[in-house]
Design a protein around this ligand. Structure first.
Ligand SMILES: Cc1ncc(COP(=O)(O)O)c(C=O)c1O
Length: 452
């Protein structure tokens, strides 16, 4: 009988992260200073990031060693298992072989601690006392609270208001790990007050919460900012996922035909697929598929241009796919996928045709999530369920073509705090928000000059 779980020993936990920068097909465009429009240098980022992370952001080194203290904490849940979804294959009557890498067994329930832990480590080493950050679905906030607790740092989390209300137990989780949680937009910051003045009923957005956390960090010398996605160093830390997956597939003599992951800011997608991009450059035919919600279709309907990472225009401008920094997505349940922009690295790979992007509505995504849970057991996060939808569709196409394709997807987290969303799906209350082109055009009107 073939194996259901492909397991690596703790000794096989990667010793280095894989940095894709030297292997990018063309040199990535630099981030630009929000005030001057000139390329940002390390000094511009010093107010909110430790130098070690700034160096990783721009490093030309292909392999970057993982500090021993970080590896030790990662072994609490890593290496994570790669599952063969045999029961799902049978249910779909597909000749495809489906595998999924499961990141939901971390203490916070997703892939996010893979970068929260090194970020806390480097901040602590730089003498920082407190971290300010934001969270969409609550996954990143939980991960950062956990990591700060492990390194004795204080943590304030600006949580997008819609999630703050939808997910009270995510708040309790962050409080358990000692963090302070603030609903965003809040009256704590200039950015939050300005948003509330314009719209007192604002349910918030990731872009707005980022503005609040950046402002908090930039105005206090003992506080730094931490971002859970988008930036190069975050995707770098997440490459443990893809490196392990590669080793696990090799263990069972498999080679992926297609790799699939959901994209919010691009960190689980980048971490999962980047170690395979190099193979593609050497002639490998593996397809890489990024999956996003139709209510926030950054890669499939956004513009590839310079834009700010946040509503208040405090962050550097990055060349990426964007729906406009003040785009407010509908309140879909995949809160972690409601970001107007995307990782510049993932964006560039999409722009150059190396990565494909697809978008789905909520209802078909939850249908796939329930199918998966009923056959494989695990109840997936709504974000991860986007990847499941695409993997199931791929397996159904393989059935039509009678091809034994190897489909591998990243199951980025469990959905134990998302049961309200499942209830809404069962009760027919999930809306499939159809975004009008006029709404996208309106949001793109306010792009910065560097992008015009
Ligand atoms: C479970 C899960 N998957 C995916 C994402 C999307 O983030 P990213 O694109 O950075 O992986 C999130 C974000 O919160 C998440 O919680």
């Amino acid at each position: 009988m073939s194996e259901t779980k492909i397991i690596l020993s703790e000794r096989e936990l990667p010793s280095h992260w894989y940095n894709i920068l030297p292997d990018m097909p063309s040199v990535p465009a630099p981030p630009l200073h929000p005030g001057t429009g000139k390329p940002v240098g390390p000094d511009d980022l010093k107010a909110i990031f430790p130098m070690s992370l700034i160096e990783q952001e721009m490093s030309p080194q292909r392999e970057i060693p993982i500090p021993e203290e970080v590896r030790e904490i990662l072994t609490l849940w890593r290496p994570s298992p790669l599952f063969r979804a045999k029961r799902l294959e049978q249910a779909l009557k597909t000749p495809a072989r489906i595998y999924y890498k499961y990141e939901g067994n971390s203490p916070a329930g997703s892939h996010k601690p893979n970068t929260a832990v090194p970020q806390a480590y480097y901040n602590k080493a730089a003498g920082i006392r407190r971290i300010a950050t934001e969270t969409g679905a609550g996954q990143w906030g939980s991960a950062m609270s956990l990591a700060c607790q492990m390194f004795g740092l204080e943590c304030t989390v600006y949580m997008v208001k819609v999630s703050y209300e939808q997910k009270p137990y995510r708040r309790s989780m962050m409080a358990t790990w000692g963090a302070e949680v603030v609903a965003s937009p809040s009256t704590r910051t200039n950015a939050g007050r300005a948003i509330l003045a314009a719209n007192p009923n604002s349910t918030g957005s990731l872009g707005a919460a980022i503005s609040e956390a950046v402002e908090d960090a930039a105005t206090k010398p003992d506080t730094n900012y931490a971002l859970g996605s988008v930036l190069n160093h975050v995707l770098l830390h997440q490459t443990v996922i893809g490196l392990e997956t590669k080793a696990q597939l090799e263990k069972v003599g498999e080679k992926a035909d297609v790799l699939i992951a959901c994209v919010g800011g691009g960190s689980n997608f980048g971490g999962f697929t980047f170690p395979f991009v190099r193979d593609k450059a050497h002639g490998d035919k593996v397809r890489l598929v990024a999956v996003e919600p139709k209510a926030c279709p950054t890669l499939t309907r956004g513009k590839f241009t310079y834009d700010f990472g946040d509503v208040a225009k405090l962050t550097p401008m990055m060349l990426m796919y964007t729906l406009g920094h003040d785009f407010m997505p509908a309140s879909i349940h995949a809160g972690g996928l409601r970001y107007h922009g995307d990782s510049p690295l993932v964006s560039q790979l999409v722009h150059e045709g190396i990565v494909e992007a697809v978008a789905y509505h909520q209802n078909p995504v939850f249908e796939a999530a329930v199918t998966f849970a009923r056959h494989e057991g695990i109840i997936p996060a709504p974000e991860s369920s986007h990847a499941i939808r695409a993997a199931i569709d791929e397996a159904l196409r393989a059935r039509e073509a009678a091809e034994a394709r190897v489909i591998v997807f990243n199951l980025s987290g469990h959905g134990h705090f998302d049961m309200t969303a499942y209830d809404n799906y069962f009760n027919g209350k999930l809306e499939d928000f159809e975004l009008r082109q006029a709404d996208i055009d309106a949001a793109l009107k306010n792009l910065p000059k560097a992008g015009a």
